[in-house]
Design a protein around this ligand. Sequence first.
Ligand SMILES: C[S@@+](CC[C@H](N)C(=O)[O-])C[C@H]1O[C@@H](n2cnc3c(N)ncnc32)[C@H](O)[C@@H]1O
Length: 205
Amino acid sequence: MRQFPYEFEGRKPILFYPEPLDRIDGDFLEIGPGRGDFLMALAEQYPDQKVVAVELAKKRYYKLIPRIEKRGIENITLLCAAAQIAIPRHFVPRSFERIYVLFPDPWPKDRHAPHRLLNAEFLTMLAGLLTDSGSFFFATDFKAYADWVVANLTDVPTLENIGRPFADQSDIQDYFPSFFEQKWRDEGRSIYYVRCRRVRPAERS
Ligand SMILES: C[S@@+](CC[C@H](N)C(=O)[O-])C[C@H]1O[C@@H](n2cnc3c(N)ncnc32)[C@H](O)[C@@H]1O
């Protein structure tokens, strides 16, 4: 079973758009933007904020660039890399106000579960990117993934889940339905949302 950090991902060069950067900070971060519907809506809504995204799939990365350019968006920095590799290498701690992970690959089979992105270690790394007032948002249609993330959050003292345990769609700041959200909704699936705020370990209730 291959577990992150995949050795081969660590050896691949990280691609950057519009230009290579050594240290990356920003206001909003999306991991796994896919077709980029949410990413571009967010960037257009906040033209003065820096919006960063990390997309693993090269094909998606290369399709996203002309979409961003066609819409004339100039405040997106896009990386093609596994987030687990790119974040520790390039990202400035405590610099993001919001992080979104929308519909990560669910890896529904038990034997593939170790591939799931949002384990406690990765959530801890994301918390380290957030400012004191920062928030982390997550959505999935896969209930077992949602329950697993909620359980993992109990092992992350710097993130407080402020849902019950799940949030409503309206709790996800500036939400715009992503491609996968629309697809699953059209199929009548339920969607689970999680909203967390960054806290000092002692503050968590
Ligand atoms: C199911 S798609 C969801 C895409 C989009 N967020 C949406 O809701 O339409 C999951 C996306 O996460 C990307 N991805 C998977 N693992 C990743 C990783 N380790 N780092 C960055 N992106 C990743 C995939 O390539 C894919 O684009």
